[in-house]
Design a protein. Sequence first.
Length: 364
Amino acid sequence: MDNLQIEYVDIKTVKPYYRNARHNDGEATEKVAASIKAFGFQQPILVDENNIIITGHTRLKAALSLGIDTIPIAHAVNLTDEQIKAYRLADNRVAEFSTWDSELLNIELSQFETIDMAQFGFELSVTGLNFGNEEEQQQEETEPEEDDEDFHRDTTINQYNLFHYDDTRVDGFYNMPQIEGVDHIPKYFQGFNYVLNKPDYSSCVHFFLDDYQFERIWQRPDFYIEKLLEFDSALTPDFSLYLDMPIAMQVWNIYRSRLIGQIMQDYGLTVIPTVSWAGEESFDFCFDGLPKNSTLAISTIGVKQNKEQFEIWKNGVTEMIKRLTPKRIVVYGGKVEYDYKEIEVVYFENATTERMKESGTKTN
């Protein structure tokens, strides 16, 4: 029997199968990209004699998203054209029939100290660890015992972090959790995505990232906030407020940011509130729960090259200043043309942009 031979080739020479029936966009690609980033490209893509993918479409998309130029491949051996087509389907299908031993999995996952397994799709809930596709986790339907009713209720409540919610410390029509003011200037910033693997404890942790990179702090606030206590300070999570989001989702994301910020402060962490907004209709709630005459943080990422976004940004800053009269504004992402009047402004460049400049990569 011939053995597979692994070789490294230009990623542009590897071609997806044009009738690939497996959907692998979005979260699937993101999880594989996180794995490749953390552990390297440890599994080659299997291709036919024409470099058309047999197995590994998600790995190719992940590699492209990471900007990888050279990838490992292996050419299938001793397979007919019909067998290649069958194996392409079978390889994806047979994995769907495997199951997890949740007890053993919980033991394994509890051993990790520095590797955040949430980035690969393993999430901790109050009842244990969630993993894989929800459809693979369906439990046998049984009638709940009366003694279990309180437990099930508490489990549901905990999914929304309601045990942390204090209705005596809220603000505005939507009862946004209130964050106390601070007088603090960070020396450096580090993204939340580095806090477990490459922590710089002298830094202030920011969340000016894609939401999927910090959604886990909402799912496991106590775990991650305990990690953040070792840092100089932290901003509140910048859950996205897209213009085309329903208002209900915008309110929900502001609420989540405020609640996590309040929990951080309850743990004793120095917290600088992040201020974010969408259109003018978001002004009805996006400033609720924020302190006046304090240090606030905003971002200029994405507003410099887009005139419409810049106008929305300026309108929001003007309204923020009017309503909150901040003592100081920390601006992450660099300077833009705006008159802050007499307010002290401290600028920090976007670390990602700076790294791209240093490496000679063109930025817009």
